[in-house]
Design a protein around this ligand. Structure first.
Ligand code: GRF
Length: 221
């Protein structure tokens, strides 16, 4: 496949962007037949911007504080995304609740990563909640975005075992490790047509991989 046929990715981030970096690395080392055509951040101080600049990726800052409400912010965001003509829109630590109109406009092309084994622990403080509940397993989920937050069809989950020496901070680091493995993997499956919104919606359970990247549960049709 020539450079012009590469899948086009637009990434939305708010902060550090370590998942964004994992996707950059996968594009650069050839694991993904894709190019990141645009990074959009909603915070001018987001470190993800530095990562984009270091790799020659176009950036756009759309500060949510400069817009009167969610609808106005989402309209500008949608325009910027459309102008970049992405095949896939990747939320990588994008800390904004999106309007139904925005989500429905990009339904089936918009994916997110969440630091829990959804449907467990949608929302915030997932590591503390998993520890507090005495869970033995924890993980992260890549899923299609639908209007209900953190409830869209899952594509793949990364799972780790919680150990007695795990703290919130340690768990957060370990979960980041597995996120960096499953996010490029999910994007690869989408690009290669191994999954899509309808198939992910229909399957009973998502694929699950462990920390080594080995698939421990295949997706069920
Ligand atoms: C990740 O834990 C992701 O699951 C959540 O936000 C965090 C982003 O981290 N949605 P980073 O900015 O990619 O390092």
């Amino acid at each position: 496949m020539g450079a012009t046929n590469k899948a086009r990715l637009a990434v939305l981030a708010s902060g550090n962007g370590s998942n964004f970096q994992a996707i950059i690395d996968a594009c650069e080392d050839g694991r993904l037949d894709a190019q990141i055509v645009l990074l959009i951040v909603n915070r001018p101080s987001a470190y993800a911007l530095e990562r984009a600049r270091a790799h020659g990726i176009a950036t756009q800052v759309i500060d949510h504080k400069a817009h009167p409400d969610r609808e106005a912010f989402d309209a500008v965001l949608a325009e910027a995304i459309d102008a970049a003509h992405p095949d896939w829109i990747i939320m990588a630590g994008f800390m904004r609740i999106l309007t139904d109109g925005f989500v429905n406009r990009f339904l089936g092309r918009l994916i997110n990563i969440h630091p829990s084994l959804l449907p467990k622990y949608p929302g915030l403080d997932t590591h503390a909640r998993a520890l507090g509940a005495g869970d033995r397993a924890h993980g992260a989920t890549v899923h299609f975005v639908t209007p209900t937050v953190d409830a869209g069809p899952p594509i793949v989950q990364g799972q780790i075992e919680i150990t007695p020496d795990d703290t919130v901070e340690r768990l957060k680091q370990r979960i980041h490790g597995i996120e960096h493995c499953i996010y490029p993997l999910a994007i690869e499956w989408l690009i290669e047509g191994k999954t899509d919104f309808d198939r992910a919606s229909a399957q009973t359970n998502p694929a699950v991989v462990d920390a080594s990247g080995a698939q421990i549960v295949p997706p069920r049709p």
